[in-house]
Design a protein around this ligand. Sequence first.
Ligand code: 5GP
Ligand code: MN
Length: 338
Amino acid sequence: MTLDEILKEIQEAEKIVMLAHETPDGDAIGSLLGLKLGLEKIGKKADVIVTKYARTFDFLPAIDALKTESDIKKYDLAISLDCATIKRLDNREYFENAKKTIVIDHHGSNNMYGDINYVNPVAPACAEIVLSMLSYYNIEIDSKIGTCLMTGIITDTGGLQYPSTTADTFEYASELLRKGVDIPDICKRTLQTKTKANFELSKRVMDRLEILENGKIAFSYITKKDLKEVNAEEGDHEGLVNIGRNIEGVEVSIFIRQDDEDEKMYKVSMRSGEYVNVSDVCLMFGGGGHPRAAGAKIQGTTEQIKTKLVNETKKYLKWFWGRSKKSSNWITFLINAF
Ligand code: 5GP
Ligand code: MN
């Protein structure tokens, strides 16, 4: 079984490195630290290399162990967490140079770029996969490991709210709560508390927000200039895409953010409410993600990118309307079919 193969590789490797996707979120950081601490329980040390992360995660146990680079160029084993493609992997040279590679992930769009791939698209967070792995290996999950992994679960499920949350997720949460993991504190730190810069950016996103396609699509953006004016730090854009998604009637929220280094490049974040598969929309632009949360990188001006994304998204809105339960309303059906 894959999990046994993974354990064998971990036990045989002397030098292990763990990596995650660029601009890491709570699931990426939580999975990395949770697995690192878990492996320590069986006497295995691993380097965790992350270029930069949001200071929101400073409270996590072992956060100080994160490195930005390593002297070791060729690891025996590289483990990638929460990352769908090698293109998105932060510090991917360590992965490419490693003797053996393992991919642990929950993205449906994962293209299985490791020697061993353990991918479960039904898991709401990569951290939940790590949790199930550690349990399978009979590694004791203490409150430190639990805090890291619960942070991944909380951030990727919006506080156990998204439909991706399963009965298993609640069971894991209840086990971790019993072990002393402070779940309300994690929710407060990662979901409720906003930095001042994030708050300032929210105001700009709201001001510029456009509601398109009969109220079904919301679009907004921030530029490099905005980020500079509010003194934004790493992670200060997190959650801005939800402003559009939370408006009544909006099915798809599109939020774009200008790249720091390449002014022509924008980072796209998309969220959907009930039926549009935004991962499919983003795949058309070389990105990917999950059905209800996805992203990509696109070149152009804000207007050009808006037009491209809205035109692509529109196809999915029409497709659904033609087949929805609401199609029993013939007038709505005919209006939307043509
Ligand atoms: P976010 O909008 O929070 O940056 O990303 C939402 C989801 O889409 C995450 O699961 C993230 O991993 C995925 N995602 C974001 N940007 C990209 C991208 O450029 N390529 C791929 N393949 N996935 C992305
Ligand atoms: Mn994730």
